[in-house]
Design a protein around this ligand. Structure first.
Ligand code: ADP
Ligand code: MG
Length: 241
């Protein structure tokens, strides 16, 4: 049973057709890694799924509902959370408040419950000692771990990650990938845009290769990394491996 199903998805910016005809679906518990060159449309696709961009055509179905008909966008985004390359934390709020505010505003959780949940997930990502810090006092890796805890605290069905480690200094990439791997083990459905091929191979059960606004090829990590069929996939992978 697919959680998210995308068919005939198109997106243009003016004359520039960025997504040409995207079709794929994600089942419950899938960890899907989206790979592909810069500019191939990966972020635009995730942004369409999160309703940050309006598709020019096609459909995105979430749990049987066309998301373009969503009335309550914050409630939808609580179910399909997004973690950004640039963290997007609330700079004026403490780490703890960052992880409470969405629960209180969108899920209508009480302060007590929101705090308890926030603490639970901050603990999980190793950020409990920093609850009173402001984002500017944290390293990039720490900020991203807070962003992940904030997403988890909303108890989403799906988390979308857009290059979660691309803005990090190399020594911080590992700690964030480790956190994502641990969440994956718990069975949360995730769609992860990444350039970390070893990580993708390890964590995903489904790899989607995008090139120039289309999906060239998708399959298991074994199929894509060991036996790619499209010339574009082969060329892309030889640049990384
Ligand atoms: P990727 O994430 O694979 O690097 P993007 O989805 O960011 O690719 O971008 C794909 C193309 O869409 C690029 O050519 C980019 O310039 C264009 N693009 C993305 N967002 C916008 C926007 N808001 N306005 C105009 N063009 C955009
Ligand atoms: Mg991108």
């Amino acid at each position: 049973m697919s959680v998210i199903s995308i068919s005939g998805l198109k997106k243009s910016f003016g004359e520039n057709e960025v997504l040409k005809d995207i079709n794929f679906s994600v089942n419950k518990g899938d960890v899907t890694c989206i790979i592909g060159s810069s500019g191939s449309g990966k972020s635009t696709m995730l942004r369409c799924i999160n309703l940050l961009e309006e598709p020019t055509g096609g459909e995105i179905i979430y749990n049987g509902q066309n998301i373009l008909e969503t009335k309550n966008i914050p409630a939808y985004r609580a179910k399909v959370e997004m973690v950004f390359q640039s963290f997007n934390l609330f700079e004026n709020m403490t780490v703890l408040k960052n992880c409470m505010i969405g629960q209180m505003k969108v899920l209508k959780a009480s302060k007590e419950v929101a705090k308890k949940e926030a603490m639970y997930y901050l603990e999980k990502v190793g950020m409990a000692p920093y609850i009173n810090a402001k984002p500017r006092q944290l390293s990039g890796g720490q900020k991203q771990r807070v962003a992940i805890a904030r997403a988890l605290a909303m108890k989403p069905d799906v988390i979308l990650f857009d290059e979660p480690t691309s803005a990090l200094d190399p020594q911080m990439v590992g700690e964030v990938l480790e956190v994502i791997k641990n969440i994956a083990k718990e069975g949360l459905t995730m769609i992860i845009v990444t350039h970390e091929m070893a990580f993708a191979r390890d964590v995903a059960n489904h790899i989607v290769f995008m090139n120039d606004g289309v999906i060239c090829e998708e399959g298991t990590p074994q199929e894509i990394f060991t036996n790619p069929k499209c010339p574009e996939t082969k060329a892309f992978l030889t640049r990384f491996m």
